[in-house]
Write a protein that binds this ligand. Structure first.
Ligand code: HEC
Length: 175
């Protein structure tokens, strides 16, 4: 009957448009952050409202952002997730199950050999501190962003605990 074929088709369209909307929102954040100029607060001791403060020493953040140790399994899930980390929009990496990976950024394989945990932490928190022209979004910053979608206003892309999970995972990527 017409009714029994129409309804499954409708629900799959709804599912698709939900995914597309979430993807578009995430992309809006990426595009907004890619457009930021030099952040005006190089230095140490960020205390943005709602964010843990951290201290940048050299090219690294030496203290974890959360009390609980990061979990590499959760970190991997964040990295490959197209709505949460969106890392594979730009990066490739050792993720054989992921068909479409980016080619705008270095391969993440070996990141844990190239960088210490502390260096990785700053690169995820706010890569713009190391390279003001980078297109990599700051995952733990709320100030100095432009054109942020209302749903994301005042929130970092990842929580402090998620940052630690991602860092813990990247540290396992050794050559
Ligand atoms: C919009 C593009 C983009 C996204 C999204 C992005 N990155 Fe990056 N990333 C870059 C670029 C470009 C570089 C190269 C250095 C630079 O420009 O700062 C980089 C550098 C890095 C580095 C250092 C690379 C190396 O080994 O030399 C790591 C680690 C990294 N990114 C991890 C991540 C993770 C994890 C995510 C997701 C949570 C992510 N990136 C999301 C663009 C991106």
């Amino acid at each position: 009957m017409a009714g029994s074929t129409r309804s499954p088709r409708k629900s799959s369209v709804e599912r698709f448009s939900g995914t597309a909307r979430a993807g578009a929102a995430a992309l809006a954040v990426m595009i907004a952050t890619a457009a930021i100029a030099v952040p005006g607060f190089a230095g140490s001791g960020l205390a943005e409202s709602g964010l843990r403060s951290y201290r940048v020493v050299g090219d690294a953040i030496s203290e974890p952002l959360s009390e609980a140790a990061g979990d590499p399994v959760r970190g991997r899930a964040i990295v490959v997730n197209r709505q949460v980390g969106l890392c594979l929009l730009c990066h490739t990496g050792p993720f054989p199950e992921e068909k479409f990976q980016g080619n705008l950024a270095p391969n993440l394989a070996g990141a844990g050999s190239r960088w210490s945990v502390e260096e990785l932490r700053l690169r995820i928190v706010d890569a713009g501190r190391l390279n003001p022209d980078t297109i990599m979004p700051p995952y733990y910053r709320t100030a100095g962003l432009t054109r942020v979608a209302p749903a994301f206003a005042g929130k970092p892309v990842l929580s402090a605990a998620q940052i630690e999970d991602v860092v813990a995972f990247l540290a396992t990527l050794r050559d």
